[in-house]
Structure formats: structure tokens, C-alpha cells
Design a protein around this ligand. Structure first.
Ligand SMILES: Cc1cc2nc3c(=O)[nH]c(=O)nc-3n(C[C@H](O)[C@H](O)[C@H](O)COP(=O)(O)OP(=O)(O)OC[C@H]3O[C@@H](n4cnc5c(N)ncnc54)[C@H](O)[C@@H]3O)c2cc1C
Length: 469
């Protein structure tokens, strides 16, 4: 359907407004039939249309339902879950969470999983017996991660800025502490011993030392630190976090449109119309409100009627990049995991692009690999990079690794949308947050909260009354 047809479709209704489409008049049915064969049965009427069915979109859809609101979720992929993904090994039946692994130990998390009958268990730490390797050479680095003695002090310092792991609700003017590179924040507050942990938890963020401290603190914030100090992260007992999304999909039923592409979004004072290409043909979702949970990059808003303010804000985002894979490999002693480290850098952080680490999965012979870059890369280059990094370890004689196959490869890019220090200091996040509710549109997800599902769900609870109103 062309833009002209869409506008014609809207204009042909009784009063020539979206409101008349909302009433479901005979004129509307005639207009729909005239436009590319769309008739009234292709119109989905809901209180809220949610675009993107990952962590934020799925949670909001479920909770809006609890509040008696009808929803339609438009998801581009063939499943809900977004960055939460589980690999099923056909040979053993074993499962490996290759995306989201841990959740904070919060009543909200427990009740969300509980309502879907999913058992949780605690996960004390990520690392077991770690060998540090400089993957540029394949050689072992003589390094032991320091105990994070400064963690309580780090927590004290970041707490003065409030829960910026949940909302980018920054003081005005924005403190230089948050705008300056994280390396300056660390030096000023003498909290260097937490850097390796921040890097480990902040996989996908990019060069944490050079980026504004805001981004490290957003990812490694009060919620995460509390859970580290308490040793109480949660994961599913079945090691299959995707169960949450499978059960949510069943719960939401026909309200989920999978494999669907947004073609056009028109918002007006009286409502929202979202034209969607689904596997069953085009559908027009007519709703009172819109919730956007996809990464807010301009290219993801193709077909949206963004106004100049929205375009200006979203046009400032820069994307990082994060990739994951599952490799079938031999030659690593049982229980050993490999972490990338550099002998010649501050805090021994490895240069990116490069492997973060390779760790056992619980399924014999299968290892989880994580790879990061400060900017998106061609996927072929990342695949080759992973192979070359592993082969270098064998060539250097460190471990006799033999890579049989890169069985799974996933790009989680775009990842960690960020803006320049100048934009942060100039009030970018004030302007971003001011978009909530504008043009009947609300926003949720990593770029508005943080790359942390628990924080996203916490923030969603705060947003829910406005969306449901
Ligand atoms: C490898 C990895 C490990 C992680 N580990 C953890 C962890 O252990 N704990 C944790 O809390 N967080 C973790 N995260 C962070 C994770 O990003 C967040 O927890 C959370 O998934 C972000 O939610 P979201 O809704 O913003 O994005 P997503 O979950 O990515 O959801 C966005 C959804 O929108 C869909 N979409 C995109 N574009 C369109 C479009 N145009 N139209 C329709 N749909 C679209 C996507 O397919 C996706 O389903 C991890 C992330 C990665 C990549």
C-alpha cells in the first residue's frame, strides 16, 4: 500500500479523521475494501499497539492485559524474546542460554516467572577456572582479576545520581562525572578494582574506559551491584530462559503478530493507525496508544510519521555491536573458561573488536562465545574473527583447541545505543524522556532504561499507568 492509499484510506472515513476509523463505520469498511483489498476483518482494534516483542514489549503487553487493556504486539522475528535466546542441542537435548542469562533477585522478577510456572534458581557467578588469553597472540597473560574491593565505594558514589540504571533521569546540569570518560571517573573516585567487573558485565557496551561514565554506570548500576554483593542473581532452573517468552506467547495468543513488518504509522490527536505486513497479509491496527520498544534508530522508524523533534532526538543515537555464538570445540580442559585480556593495556582490558570470552555451556563439547566491537561489523568478518582467535590459541601452543563448527552465530546489533558527551551535557536525555507520551507514543527498552531486563521491567511498571490511562 502506498502512502497515498493509506492517507486515502484514512481520509475516506466519515469525518476524514482517524477517529471515524475508530468507530468502525460502514464508510470505513468501504474505504478499506477500496484500498488494496483491505476490508474490516483486516482491522485489529486494540487499546495499545506494542512494536517489538522482546523483553520490554512482552512485559508491557502482559501487564497491560492485567490492567484490562487490549494489546497487539508487532514482532519482526518469528518468536518473542529479542535478546533472550536459547540454543537447543539436538544431540543431547541440552539447552544453552546464548542471550540473556541472569535476572536480578527482585519480587517483580520472581512473580513474573511464577505466573508462567517457571522455576528460578540462583546463579552465584559467571566465572569458574578462568585462563586469561591475549587473543591477538593466542598466548596466556599472567593476570589475576583483582577482588573488587572498591565495590562498596563505587556503589556509594553512583547512588548519589539516583537509579540511572533504570531511567536516564539525569541531574540538570548533567554532572561532569557522568559526561567524562569512565577512566576519569574511576581515577577520580579511586575505584579501579571494579573496572574488570564492569567490563565483564558490560559486554556489548564497547570501549568502557573511553565512553562517558554514564554508560558504564547505567549498565553496572545499583541493581547489578546489589545482586553481586548479595550473590543472588537468578536464572531459570531449566537453563532455558526462552521459556518465559514461549509461555508469554501462548498467554497473549492472537494478540501477537510474528514475522510482521510495520509499513506505516500514523498518529493523530484521536488515535494511532499502524499498517503491518503479516504472513497472512496486511493488517491495520487501530489503537489509542502506541508503545515502541525497538532500538530507536532512525532507520528503524521507516514508515513512521516522526515529527522534527523525534527525528532530531533519534538521529543522535550511535550504535555499538555485540555478537554471540556457540562453537563445537575440543582441547579445553574441563571446567576451564577463557577470557580475553591484554598485557599492555589499562586494567588489561582487551582491545575491541575481539572476543570477550569462551566458556563451557553445560553441554559437552559446546562453548559459548561472545564477541564485541565499538561499531557494527560485517557478520562474515566477525565469524572469521572468532575462528582466527580460537586457532591462534592452538597455534601458540596454549591449549590444543580444535574448532569443529561455529554451530550458532547471532548478531545482537544494534546494541547499546549511545550519544556523544556533548549531547549528554546538552540535555539529550531530558529531551529523550520528554518524548514519553508525545504523539500518543511511549517508549521502553534498553535505550530508555538499560541493557538489563530487570531494570526494564521495573521501569515499565512506572510507565504502565500512563500507557493504560
Ligand atoms: C548476548 C546478550 C546477553 C545478555 N545478557 C543479559 C543478562 O544476562 N541479563 C539481562 O538482564 N540482560 C542481558 N542482556 C541485555 C538485554 O539486551 C536486555 O535484557 C533486554 O533483552 C533488552 O530488551 P529490549 O526489549 O530493549 O530489546 P530486545 O529484547 O532486543 O527486544 C526488541 C524486539 O524488537 C524486535 N524488533 C526490532 N526491530 C523491529 C521492527 N522494526 N519491527 C518489529 N519488531 C522489531 C526485535 O526482534 C526484538 O524482539 C543481554 C543481551 C545480549 C545481547
Amino acid at each position: 500500500m502506498t502512502r497515498k492509499q493509506m492517507l486515502g484510506l484514512m481520509g475516506a472515513t466519515a469525518a476524514g479523521t482517524v477517529a471515524s476509523t475508530l468507530t468502525g463505520s460502514a464508510a470505513e469498511a468501504a474505504a478499506l475494501e477500496a484500498a488494496d483489498g483491505l476490508d474490516a476483518k483486516h482491522v485489529i482494534r486494540r487499546d495499545v499497539c506494542v512494536i517489538g516483542g522482546g523483553s520490554a514489549g512482552t512485559y508491557l503487553a502482559v501487564r497491560l492485559g492485567d490492567l484490562g487493556r487490549s494489546v497487539a504486539v508487532v514482532e519482526a522475528r518469528n518468536r518473542l524474546g529479542g535478546h533472550c535466546e536459547t540454543h537447543h542441542d539436538p544431540a543431547t537435548g541440552g539447552t544453552v542460554d546464548i542471550g540473556v542469562v541472569v535476572f536480578e533477585d527482585q519480587p517483580l522478577v520472581r512473580s513474573y516467572f511464577d505466573r508462567f510456572g517457571i522455576e528460578l534458581t540462583t546463579l552465584a557467578g559467571f566465572r569458574g577456572n578462568t585462563t586469561y588469553i591475549d587473543f591477538r597472540t593466542g598466548r596466556r597473560v599472567d593476570y589475576t582479576q583483582p577482588p573488587p574491593a572498591a565495590l562498596p565505594e563505587y556503589y556509594r558514589v553512583i547512588s548519589q545520581y539516583g537509579p540511572i540504571d533504570t531511567f536516564f533521569d539525569l541531574p540538570d546540569p548533567v554532572p561532569q562525572d557522568l559526561v567524562a570518560p569512565f577512566r576519569e571517573f574511576v581515577a577520580k573516585h579511586n575505584v579501579g578494582s571494579v573496572v574488570p567487573l564492569v567490563f565483564q558485565y558490560g559486554q556489548g557496551i564497547g570501549d568502557i574506559l573511553d565512553l562517558p561514565a554514564l554508560y558504564s554506570i547505567n549498565t553496572f548500576g545499583q541493581g547489578v551491584v546489589k545482586n553481586i554483593l548479595g550473590g543472588s542473581f537468578l536464572t531459570t532452573a531449566a537453563h532455558n530462559n526462552s521459556l518465559l517468552y514461549e509461555r508469554a506467547t501462548a498467554h497473549l495468543g492472537d494478540d501477537v503478530l510474528l514475522d510482521s513488518q510495520v509499513l506505516r504509522v500514523e498518529r493523530s490527536a484521536s488515535g494511532v493507525q499502524v499498517l503491518v505486513a503479516t504472513p497472512d497479509g496486511p493488517r491495520l491496527i487501530v489503537a489509542r496508544k502506541l508503545v515502541v520498544t525497538i532500538p530507536p534508530l532512525l532507520r528503524n522508524f521507516a514508515g513512521f510519521d516522526l515529527d522534527a523533534t523525534e527525528r532530531n532526538v533519534f538521529g543522535q543515537f550511535i550504535s555499538g555491536a555485540y555478537y554471540t555464538g556457540v562453537v563445537r570445540m575440543s582441547g579445553l580442559p574441563a571446567g576451564v573458561d577463557l577470557a580475553n585480556a591484554a598485557a599492555d593495556t589499562a586494567y588489561q582490558l582487551p582491545p575491541l573488536p575481539g572476543i570477550y570470552g569462551i566458556g563451557p555451556t553445560g553441554v559437552p563439547g559446546l562453548y559459548n562465545v561472545k564477541y564485541g566491537s565499538t561499531a557494527p561489523l560485517p557478520e562474515g568478518q566477525v565469524r572469521r574473527g572468532i575462528r582466527a582467535d580460537i586457532e591462534r590459541v592452538a597455534k601458540a601452543g596454549t591449549y590444543p583447541l580444535v574448532l569443529d563448527d561455529l554451530e550458532v552465530f547471532k548478531s545482537h546489533t544494534p546494541f547499546e545505543l549511545h550519544v556523544t558527551p556533548q549531547a549528554i551535557a546538552g540535555g539529550f536525555y531530558r529531551r529523550l524522556n520528554a518524548l514519553q507520551g508525545r504523539n500518543r507514543t511511549f517508549y521502553s527498552g534498553a535505550s530508555f532504561n538499560s541493557h538489563n531486563s530487570t531494570r526494564i521491567w521495573d521501569a515499565a511498571e512506572v510507565l504502565l499507568p500512563s500507557i493504560a490511562a
